[in-house]
Every structure is written in structure tokens, then in C-alpha cells.
Design a protein around this ligand. Sequence first.
Ligand SMILES: Nc1nc(=O)c2c([nH]1)NC[C@@H]1CN(c3ccc(C(=O)N[C@@H](CCC(=O)O)C(=O)O)cc3)C=[N+]21
Length: 296
Amino acid sequence: MTARILDGRATATAIKSELADRVKVLTDRGRVPGLATVLVGDDPASHSYVTGKHRDCEQVGISSIRKELPADVSQADLEKVIDELNEDPACTGYIVQLPLPEHINTNAILERVDPAKDADGLHPTNLGRLVLNVNEPMTSPLPCTPAGIVELLERHGVELKGKHVVVVGRGVTVGRPIGLLLTRREINATVTLAHTGTQNLGELLAQADVVVAAAGRPHMIRAEQIKDGAVLLDVGVSRVEDPETGKKKLTGDIDPAAAQKASWLSPNPGGVGPMTRAMLLVNVVESCERAEGILT
Ligand SMILES: Nc1nc(=O)c2c([nH]1)NC[C@@H]1CN(c3ccc(C(=O)N[C@@H](CCC(=O)O)C(=O)O)cc3)C=[N+]21
């Protein structure tokens, strides 16, 4: 068997075209959604991610604001930028690109973001609402990657009800929050959260109907570890040197050979990455709709 592809690019394109219609409704009412990005330092990967987000915005009619700060920016100066965005009516949602430099207190920055403008869904208030299940129906943003994974599976008709999902990775953006979403009653999956300290990962993977690989370890999930017909989502990315060309290339957490055994595969690139970006746009549009009283 060769896995069918969970096509994140095509799905993100479909979501963007739906969003363009909703953006038009807002714009016609005189309210243009605006995404701001805050980028600290000059990491080329972060730059290219942020550029992609601005391109997405343009495609759906969302205006965008780009703030760039030097790598040695002080905590106070970065907080000033956050305060300005919280006040700026042209910015209806924003993200602070992670990771931030070591000298910055990242949690203090994330907490300073106005929860109503939190396009990442990573503000403690919004994560707390996710735990409390109060963001049904949609009273606050969801974290983009978990929401993107659920949307990608739903739009391909992959059933999660009663399934055992093994999540590998405990990061704040994916591993920790995704179980909260997948175990909601309307989705009803069973979730195991594994990480680099898990001793019996092999046993867990052998039982997994769905594997969410989000550890950031190149090709750590191998074909022989997974069940025949498992659904695989390759979320982690690393930049590793290609031994043939000597160039750095993007590598996921799942060994490509595993695709032969899987029923569905979300590839990397082309899977969850574009979905994450699409859900960021969803969060920006919804925060604007909420402010207009269109979404309750
Ligand atoms: N505050 C914050 N929010 C984030 O959402 C956030 C962040 N910080 N820091 C970094 C990670 C990483 N991330 C990606 C999103 C999309 C792709 C993506 O679309 N990738 C394309 C390939 C892009 C390429 O070729 O470079 C794909 O998977 O097909 C990748 C990575 C969001 N992140």
C-alpha cells in the first residue's frame, strides 16, 4: 500500500478562497482585517516564514504590518512594540515569530499580547480557554498547527472518533495543545503524548492509528515502527545537509519509507505547514468578525 496524501497545499488554498469571501464582507462594512508580524533578529528561516505569511494575507485581502527588530532588542523595547500593536486599530491580529533570542523572556512577551488579537492562539488566556472548552463555538482563537491538523484530516474524510492518536513531541505550539483539541467530545480521539523521554515509544507507535510526529528529530519515525494502515502526520522540521549536494534541506520527522505502510500521509513540506498558515488567517478573520459581532 502507498499512502494517500493529505494535501496541505490544496486544502490551504481552498480555505484561503473561503476566507477571501469573509474578508470581503468585513471590508464592505469598512473593517479591513490586518495581521501584524513581529520578527526579532535575522534568522533566514524565520524571515522566509514571515514573508510567506504576508503573501498569504495579500491573497485573501488582509492588510499586513511588518515589524522588524534587531537581535539585541531589549525586553522593554520589544514590549513597547507589543503595546503599540495592542492599541493599533489597523492591527486586528498579530504574531510574535518564535523562537525569540535567549535574553528575551518569551512567556512575558506572549502574555503581553492582547488575547483578542492573539493570532497564534498561544496566549495563556486562550490556551486556558482551550483547556476549559469555552471556545466552543469559537469564542477565542485555537493554536494554528493543532487546528490545521484537525481541519486537514476532516477535509479528507479521515475519521478520528475512537482512534488512538500518538503525539510525539511536547512543544507548546503542537504537542501540548493538540490533545486538548483531539479529545473534545465532537472529535473523541484517545491521545497519548510521547516525547524524547518516553521509554516505550516503539510499543506506543505499534498501537497508533494516527501518529502526529512533532519532535523536530529528522526521520525519527521509521516504517517498521508503525501499524499497517496508520495515518501519519509529519509536523516536525529540521534543516539537514543533503549528503549528495551538500546543501541544507528541510527534513521531516517521518522516514519517507513509512509512507509505504501508511493509509494517509501528511508530507513535509506540503502538509501541515501550509495548514498552519491558513489557520493563522482564520484566526485573524475571526477576531475581526468577533469584534464586528458577526461571529459569536
Ligand atoms: N509565533 C509563531 N507562530 C508560528 O506559527 C511559528 C513560529 N512562531 N515560529 C516558527 C514556526 C514554524 N512555522 C511554520 C509554518 C508554516 C510552514 C510552511 O508553510 N512550510 C512549507 C514549506 C516552506 C519552505 O519551503 O520554507 C511546507 O511545509 O510546505 C513552516 C513553518 C510556524 N511557526
